[in-house]
Design a protein around this ligand. Sequence first.
Ligand code: SF4
Ligand code: SF4
Length: 273
Amino acid sequence: MGLLIQTKRRWVQALSLLALNSNFRGFPQLGGCLPVLNCQYCHLAWLGCPIGMIGVSLAAGAFPWLVLGILLVAGLIVGRFFCGWVCPAGFIQDLLYRIPSPKIRIPRFLVWIKYAVLLVMVVGAAWFLGQGSLLYFCNVCPVSTTMVELPGMLAHNDYAVVAGRVVRVLVLVVVILLAIGNHRIFCKVFCPLGALMAVTNRFSLYSIRIKRDACVRCEQCDQACPMDVPAMRSQDRTRTVNADPECIECLVCEKICPTSAIIDDFHRAGRQP
Ligand code: SF4
Ligand code: SF4
């Protein structure tokens, strides 16, 4: 069952990446963007990145009610499911981590950085400095650099060395290297969308639980978790596994558990005794 779940997840991630970037009506205006990841500034993207839309609204002096409302409703239903199953940037990081290399662990407190990124580089920079500021998140976002900036340079034969471009490329290179060494480090430490969705996890209707009587406390779930969630200890706090703000509901823990003690709402019906 667990293997099947992860195969399904890989397919959903791959198809999401293609589907989100298949707006081929935008092909004539392409001007050098690639159908990879997802950034609203690429003409091939169907949907605007929520972070980009929030920044655009705030820079224009408008509160992004609609985007935040959609995120809130989605979060209250399925928490960070999008991060684990749909987000193309997450999928690419899953692939990067498969590259053989020394793997590193990071201290848990670093996850707080992404909340600062959200407040300072998305909300504060867009509101007070506007979208032109180098502090504004989209101007250094590795997804935007991959999808729009680098292809644009190639398409227009424009290799001018300017400060903003140097910073963007450096950020991208550092994020790629870090993602090879630490699973989903961008999601854990830097992603402002992850920060936004994290606060909804505790209230989501969808749940992943541990059956106490089946758990032998082997901690394999904790060790396998790409987001370093202390899944096993959730039962001591009598809360769901995915109440943890870092859980992206990838179900890797469910797959790895040797006693099938972890069970989620989608698969509960087929596995309950
Ligand atoms: S992997 Fe399963 S049995 Fe082991 S600690 Fe986690 S929930 Fe318990
Ligand atoms: S706790 Fe389980 S479902 Fe949540 S991120 Fe970790 S492995 Fe995935």
